[in-house]
Design a protein around this ligand. Sequence first.
Ligand code: NAD
Length: 321
Amino acid sequence: MKKVLVNEKVSSDALDILKKAGEVVYMPSGDHEEFKKLVKDVTAVMLDTTIKFTPELMDMAPGLKVISRTGTGVDNVDIEAATKRGIMVLHTPDANTVTVAEHTVAFIGAVTKHLLFLDSETRQGKFKTARRYYLPIDLDGKTLGVIGFGRIGKQVAKKCMAAFNMKVIIYDPYINDDVVPSGILRYSNEEDIYKQADVVSIHVPHNKETSNHVGEKLLSLMKPSAYLINTARGNIIDEAYVVKMLNENRLAGAAFDVLANEPPIENEEFLNSPKTIISPHSAALTNECTVRVACEAATGIVDFLEGRMPKSIFNRKGLNL
Ligand code: NAD
């Protein structure tokens, strides 16, 4: 029986799906050393974002045929190396779209209203003074800048227009004009988004082009009253420069679900800033979404093992399928 290694805590529904096609090796600890030992004789891996699937790791698993990511981003898998070895890489691009978009909108509301800071001040007995800080802003009529108008970017735009009556401007050089709904302005110059938006929200994949792309050059263009949101990947943004801007009052706030170091190194500066809100890469980890994503990732593996073509093959082109 083929072995399937699962490196994260997943729902029993997903495990039941996998058990139909193979022997499940379940290591919910996500421990790297344990993973190295267990991966040796497996045919399939169901993978979260904590393990970096390097060529060296792939070479430890000569029988590996399929990696199924429980999520959208596959930047923790060396795609070139996997393709070269004939390993199929699957992901679940649609299953978490709405969930991440909801988290992003919650971030936009919370960071612009300074909810976490005011909550903390109130609990510390500063009710009277904190209510007069006048930090929160209205979102009605403000401009949201969306970088990357794919699945999540589109949903965030739609939700912010409906919930807050925000204007939306977008930058995405890879889409056709016909996917941009009326009422949304598409810019061909990314810098204009950073200059004009009251809230900039990042929704691009992490790759060679976007790695550390949002640094001093773009961030310096932002208004001091503006807010930065990142639910995409930490390595896209120069976090240290964001903190510098927050400390110098050149940016009003930032909300990050994803970080360059996950988990963050102790005492990283932005952990202590009252102007930041941070969540532990949990934007997609709602009750419903974790089940949905795990079942879809498991179904992809079962389809592969039973000889059917899985739905979302990330390296389809590279494998000439
Ligand atoms: P998607 O592929 O549907 O959309 C990405 C969009 O970015 C595409 O439209 C693409 O054309 C655009 N793009 C690519 N490079 C760009 C660039 N340099 N400048 C501007 N636009 C660019 O992906 P999605 O489902 O919307 O997800 C976006 C990212 O969010 C994923 O790659 C993933 O890393 C991240 N994500 C994070 C979580 C989380 O838990 N926080 C969950 C899901 C996805």
